[in-house]
Design a protein around this ligand. Structure first.
Ligand code: GYE
Length: 343
């Protein structure tokens, strides 16, 4: 994992991601340069002709967080650096219907492998059956889908969100000395990352009967909504007496920190903050004493994704879950790690 991060660090370039987040509606872009034709039909012909490339269609959710930007960049940069990969990248702008359209287009283009980060867990059955009928393997990247559809994908590459939630709860209990009222800022409703981070946290925090979750609300995994939701909570009766905020991602925590400061309280001391992801800005907030613990979730999934795609094309069997290795950072450990953060 450490090694993988180092490799990715060398590959990072800033421009690709920026060009992708602009505009509206689903956008599909070719990432490999060299010989790849821009038109879908030509690419499909080349793939069929077996020019040696592994053609991967990736449906990304959008650009809601720093974490997501890092994931997009990892996938784009890894593909660019590998002449054997032809990546078709589609940005769904947070809409499931755009992801479904992108997957149908990848099927029509006869890609070798479809990869997707599913925005929510449900509603994929029909389109994934179409992929299965077309004999195109599907890899889930970073978020999962409902258990009953496990036979509709080959592998899931990503984190254990339940464990992340449990680790966040353990850290929160420690910061609060086992006693206090907390607010939970949830991720996108229906997303596996939100459902499981909630489950892991809530179950673990129940072991501490003097800690109470007084409010739990979605901030949609983005900073502006996280701030708005926190502002409203601070004005509500429950918000008058809170000692902790658990945010399902760093961006919402950073938004909440602003709201808490604007309300005249000190994040990090009056209100302890724990969040998940591990973006650089969160580590900086720990250094500034405004955030207490960052639970890491690795977004640099490009190398694992394309290795898996190559393995599939070579006829290899993949594990159902390719797990990420992750750590938890509090206080000095976070400050020491800051110079080496890759996202
Ligand atoms: O934590 C959050 C993002 O799916 C694991 O989505 C991912 C989550 C990540 O927007 O920041």
């Amino acid at each position: 994992m450490v090694q993988r991060k180092r490799v990715m660090g060398a590959l990072v370039t800033a421009t690709v991601f920026m060009s992708l987040v602009a505009g509206c509606g689903a956008k599909t872009t070719e990432t490999t340069s060299a010989t790849t034709a821009p038109q879908a039909t030509k690419a499909a012909e080349a793939a069929k002709a077996g020019d040696g490339k592994v053609v991967v269609g990736f449906s990304q959710i959008g650009a809601e967080s720093g974490w997501r930007g890092a994931e997009t960049q990892s996938i784009q940069d890894t593909a660019k650096a590998d002449p054997t990969i032809d990546l078709k990248f589609s940005d769904a702008q947070q809409k499931q219907e755009n992801q479904i359209k992108a997957i149908r287009s990848f099927i029509a283009q006869k890609v070798d492998v479809i990869a997707m980060a599913p925005v929510v867990e449900t509603g994929w059955e029909a389109v994934l059956k179409e992929a299965k009928d077309a004999k195109i393997p599907v890899i889930l990247v970073d978020r999962g889908i409902d258990k009953k559809n496990e036979d509709l994908y080959t592998s899931f590459i990503g984190s254990d969100f339940i464990v992340e939630g449990q680790n966040a709860a353990k850290a929160m209990a420690e910061h609060l000395g086992d006693k206090g009222n907390i607010v939970e800022l949830e991720g996108t409703v229906g997303a596996s990352a939100a459902t499981d981070r909630k489950k892991g946290f809530d179950d673990e925090i129940k072991k501490h009967p003097n800690i109470k979750i007084v409010k739990s609300q979605s901030g949609d995994f983005n900073r502006a909504t996280g701030k708005q939701v926190m502002e409203a909570i601070l004005k509500s009766p429950e918000g008058k007496d809170i000692q902790g905020v658990y945010a399902h991602n760093d961006d919402m925590a950073l938004g909440a920190i602003q709201a808490i400061e604007e309300a005249g309280k000190k994040p990090g001391s009056d209100v302890k903050i724990v969040s998940i992801d591990g973006i650089k800005e969160a580590f900086e907030a720990v250094k500034a004493g405004k955030l207490n613990t960052v639970v890491e979730c690795n977004p640099l999934l490009g190398p694992q994704l394309f290795q898996a795609a190559k393995d599939l094309k070579a006829g290899k069997q993949l594990p159902k879950w390719i797990k990420s290795n992750e750590d938890v950072f509090t206080g000095q450990k976070a400050i020491d790690a800051l110079p080496n953060r890759k996202y």
